[in-house]
Design a protein around this ligand. Structure first.
Ligand code: SF4
Ligand SMILES: [Zn+2]
Length: 314
């Protein structure tokens, strides 16, 4: 680990490297997509992800770029249900809905609690609902919403890394104990859990990045999580770009993501997915990128390790 010297990473520091927010409309989600994903029981499901427009997350994690599509003030009651309804009217039949709100579903400045009943009603015909939330914001609202919801609930939480010192530097304001407690609480209430794990966060070199991503997957499963998504750490939020000029951050290679995914799937403890968003950023080779992406996609869906793609680059 390369420990930063003379750097005090806090909200002010992280914010100081940010650019401008994108223009968003509180009546519309800023994006939505439909894709296939393997369910906890092993079926391949059609899943719609709705990227809700709402107020920025109160945490300012070092690597986060989700603030770009948020508002600076809370949306009005009724706007979140209207955003969901707008997407549901446009998409084909799906069984699972992900409501990703660039922050925490149970942050009432982001999603007004008064909207829970209308949100639950809109979702009642679906099999599963996935939302995202910080482990320290699992609270009474979680259980209020659970009471109202007919589909199965899954909560995705950022573990980011099981490396205690790096986790502290990520300004996530969470300890590994916080994560474990939250996952335990969800498990006791039969709420599914998913962990986001970063591959090669700042301050780690490539081999440490691989090692700690594997340890983070182990940690998540030991904490009772049933699904892990590995996310290669990317440039683009300002702070990471700055850390990169100081020698504290480089994005991981595609081959590292492949190694970590192979490891996670071989554990056979729950679904392990590799995030394919912007995957071209992690490989310089145009010859093999499409087939490697296809291999990862197949592995995400079928949870079995396929032979590596051979190419002159590796
Ligand atoms: S808690 Fe999640 S959404 Fe909020 S800043 Fe951290 S990574 Fe971003
Ligand atoms: Zn290649």
């Amino acid at each position: 680990m390369k420990t930063p010297v003379d750097l005090e990473i806090n909200n002010k520091w992280v914010r100081s490297y940010r650019g401008k927010r994108n223009k968003v409309d509180p009546e519309k989600p800023y994006a939505y997509l439909v894709e296939q994903e393997r369910s906890p029981s092993g079926d391949i499901e059609q899943v719609a992800t709705i990227f809700l427009t709402n107020k920025e997350c109160p945490f300012q994690c070092l690597m986060c770029d989700l603030w770009k599509n948020t508002t600076s003030v809370s949306v009005s009651p009724g706007e979140i249900p209207r955003q969901i309804e707008w997407v549901l009217g446009k998409i084909p039949d799906v069984s699972t809905i992900k409501l990703y709100n660039s922050g925490n579903f149970f942050d009432t400045n982001a999603i007004p609690a008064i909207d829970y009943p209308s949100i639950a009603e809109l979702l009642q015909g679906y099999k599963r609902v996935v939302i995202e939330n910080h482990p320290r914001l699992i609270n009474e609202n979680t259980f209020k919403f659970l009471q109202l919801l007919k589909p199965e609930l899954e909560i995705a939480m950022g573990l980011e890394t099981a490396h205690p010192e790096v986790l502290k530097l990520l300004n996530k304001k969470m300890t590994l104990e916080d994560f474990k407690n939250a996952a335990g609480q969800l498990q006791q209430n039969a709420i599914g859990t998913r962990a986001f794990v970063l591959l090669r966060p700042p301050f780690l070199d490539e081999s440490e990045g691989i090692l700690w991503a594997k340890r983070s997957i182990d940690f998540a499963f030991e904490a009772g999580v049933r699904c892990v998504t590995v996310i290669p750490t990317r440039y683009g939020n300002g702070a990471l770009d700055h850390l990169s000029t100081m020698g504290y951050f480089s994005p991981p290679h595609l081959s590292s993501l492949e190694e970590v995914l192979d490891y996670g799937i071989e554990l056979n403890q729950g679904n392990v997915f590799a995030d394919l968003w912007d995957i071209h950023l992690f490989s310089d080779c145009k010859k093999c990128l499409a087939s490697r992406k296809e291999r990862i996609n197949e592995m995400n869906l079928h949870q079995s390790v396929l032979p590596r793609v051979s190419c002159t680059c590796n």
